[in-house]
Design a protein around this ligand. Sequence first.
Ligand code: HEM
Ligand SMILES: *[C@@H]1O[C@H](CO)[C@@H](O)[C@H](O)[C@H]1NC(C)=O
Ligand SMILES: *[C@@H]1O[C@H](CO)[C@@H](O)[C@H](O)[C@H]1NC(C)=O
Length: 330
Amino acid sequence: MASKVAALLSCALLVVAAAGYYTPPNPATCGLKVGYYHDKCPAAEEIVKHVVGDAIFHNPGIGAGLIRMLFHDCFVEGCDGSVLLDPTPANPQPEKLSPPNNPSLRGFEVIDAAKAAVEHACPGIVSCADIVAFAARDASFFLSSGRVGFDMPGGRLDGRFSNASRALAFLPPPVFNLSELVSSFSTKGLAVEDMVVLSGAHTVGRSHCSSFVPDRLAVPSDIDPSFAASLRRKCPASPSSGDDPTVALDVVTPDAMDSQYYRNVMARRVLFTSDASLLTSPATAKMVSDNANIPGWWEEKFKAAMVKMASVEVKTGNQGEVRRNCRVAN
Ligand code: HEM
Ligand SMILES: *[C@@H]1O[C@H](CO)[C@@H](O)[C@H](O)[C@H]1NC(C)=O
Ligand SMILES: *[C@@H]1O[C@H](CO)[C@@H](O)[C@H](O)[C@H]1NC(C)=O
């Protein structure tokens, strides 16, 4: 047990060393490899990209869902597709049904479609965990009009275990303050700057009112008053499951993956305490203003941080399997 933990930790540390900050890490990280399917299933990454591109063309919000899905997969049991598993009689409460994922996480059908197409081309070769990682990479590419394009290593195996209570334990809620966020990310081998940079994913997609009304609108908060007023017009005062509309995370460029999020943070036009908390230390406030003000800076860092997040606690060798159906363990 102790040696397993040590292996996971040293793997995360290796990635830190290999990733640096300005260039994406070199091919081999944690047993993962860029072009992993080059010989085994040459069309795999192209197939995923095509399916994701198609889905985003019809609904850009699905792209946001896929980027979030990688985060929610990797923080719970590692990047092993555990978030995709459906309930079964033996396991009635998988991650998918936990409050951080249900009902807000979207894009599962896109993973199913990509898996079906990839299985058609090369049965039993491409893991669901890799499809989630490729899909998040491709969604970033499309939503940024190609500005956030990067290589994503492959070679993850799929896990067999998924428990809703672990999702609650490891996915940071929107009420977290800076020190809680830093500690949540550091549990997964991610640094303060990774957390700040990955939070920039809140440049796309949406939130349900219930995720921020109680914490940010119903009580005094630092949210910009005119922004708060516009949110109050869109959200009920006490959202419930029957009455829980959604609003854009990035009020300025809702469907574009860009550094606008950081300008929103500085203007206090962000939804969550977790977003606002990035200004509560001088070091993270400096990262926010650099990401906001230096052209291309955030994009480069985001590429590296996504690859790093996608290597958290990955399963290789006999720790996992290649699922036939992403919703069911073999
Ligand atoms: C720093 C801690 C984080 C917290 C507390 C947090 C919290 C949240 C919450 C509460 C929502 C709205 C859910 C809803 O009500 O519908 C959301 C949406 C989203 N989050 Fe995060 N998040 C964090 C980090 C991340 C990271 C690391 C990523 C990916 C790299 C990410 C990507 C997204 C995306 C793209 C959406 C929009 C999803 C959609 O439109 O379907 N978030 N987040
Ligand atoms: C999931 O976690 C809960 C709480 O720790 C536990 O009661 C339950 O037995 C777990 N389920 C499985 C299938 O391991
Ligand atoms: C963050 O929240 C924790 C837990 O509520 C609290 O102990 C800590 O003092 C808070 N930190 C800051 C910087 O507000």
